[in-house]
Design a protein around this ligand. Structure first.
Ligand code: ATP
Length: 227
C-alpha cells in the first residue's frame, strides 16, 4: 500500500503542493494530470524521497518514505523514471541494464529482456543510437531492474510519435500485469494514459481538483481539457 497523506511541499515562498492525498493498494495504477506547474513532478519527487514535504507524509507498506535517500527508497520498491531520456548514451543496452541492476543482484535482466525482446535484439548497441521510443523502453527496463513494487513515470510520452506513445503505454500495462507493479504516471497525454490507469487525480496549483476513476474521466473530456 502506497499512501500519500495530506502532502504539502514547495520551493522557498512557493507552495507547489497543498494537502494532496491518495491511498493506492498494491498494484494500483494511478494517472496524475494537470497543466504545467500544477505540482505533478513535485509530487513524484516527494514519493521517491527526492524532495522533503512541508507537511504530511508518504507511507509505503506502513513505513514513512524518508526524504534525502533516494537509493533507500528504490531499495524499498519505488522506482522513478524522470522526464527525458534517462539512459547512458555511450554504454550499450546490456551495460545500461547492468548498471541499473547494481543496487540489486542483477538477476532480473532475463525477465526484463523477456518483456522487451527488442532490447535483447539491441543488447550490444549503444543506447545513444536507439530511437526515442527505444530509449524510453530501455529507461523502463532499467527501472524494472530494481524489481519495483511501484513504478513512477514523469511524462513518459514526451517527444514520442503517437504510435510509439501507444506502444509505451501498452508496455506499461504489460509490465503491470506481468509483475503486479503499481504505476503512477504523470502525463500531459490524458487519453493515452486513461487506457492504462484505473484511478486519476487532476492537480491545479498544487491542489486536487478531481479524483476518480479513469472511466469517469474518460466520459468527461470537457473536464480534463478545461484543467
Ligand atoms: P510540468 O508539467 O511543467 O513539469 P508540474 O505539474 O510537474 O509541471 P512542478 O514541476 O511540480 O509542476 O512545479 C510546481 C511549481 O513549483 C511550479 O510553479 C514550478 O515553477 C515550481 N518549481 C518546480 N521546481 C522548482 C525548483 N527547483 N525551484 C523553484 N521552483 C520550482
Amino acid at each position: 500500500m502506497l499512501e500519500i497523506r495530506s502532502l504539502s511541499a514547495g520551493y522557498g515562498a512557493l507552495n507547489a503542493l497543498e494537502g494532496v492525498s491518495a491511498r493506492l493498494p498494491a498494484g494500483a495504477r494511478l494517472g496524475i494530470f494537470g497543466h504545467n506547474g500544477a505540482g505533478k513532478t513535485t509530487l513524484l519527487r516527494c514519493l521517491v524521497g527526492a524532495h522533503a514535504a512541508r507537511a504530511g507524509e508518504v507511507v509505503l507498506d506502513g513505513e514513512p518514505v524518508r526524504p534525502g535517500n533516494v537509493a533507500a527508497t528504490v531499495r524499498r520498491g519505488i522506482a522513478f523514471v524522470p522526464q527525458g531520456h534517462n539512459v547512458f548514451p555511450t554504454l550499450t543496452v546490456a551495460q545500461n541494464l547492468a548498471t541499473a541492476g547494481l543496487l540489486f543482484d542483477g538477476g532480473f535482466a532475463g525477465e526484463v529482456l523477456r518483456i522487451f525482446p527488442l532490447l535483447e535484439e539491441r543488447r550490444g548497441q549503444r543506447a545513444g543510437s536507439l530511437s526515442g521510443g527505444e530509449q524510453q523502453m530501455l529507461a523502463l527496463g532499467m527501472a524494472l531492474m530494481t524489481r519495483p513494487k511501484w513504478l513512477l513515470l514523469d511524462e513518459p510520452s514526451t517527444g514520442l510519435a503517437p504510435v510509439i506513445v501507444r506502444d509505451v503505454m501498452s508496455q506499461l500495462a504489460t509490465v503491470s500485469a506481468a509483475f503486479g507493479t503499481g504505476l503512477v504516471i504523470v502525463e500531459q497525454n490524458v487519453p493515452a494514459t486513461l487506457k492504462v490507469v484505473e484511478h486519476c487525480l487532476i492537480l491545479k496549483s498544487g491542489r486536487t481538483v478531481f479524483e476518480g476513476t479513469a472511466a469517469t474521466l474518460a466520459a468527461k473530456p470537457d473536464l480534463w481539457e478545461w484543467f
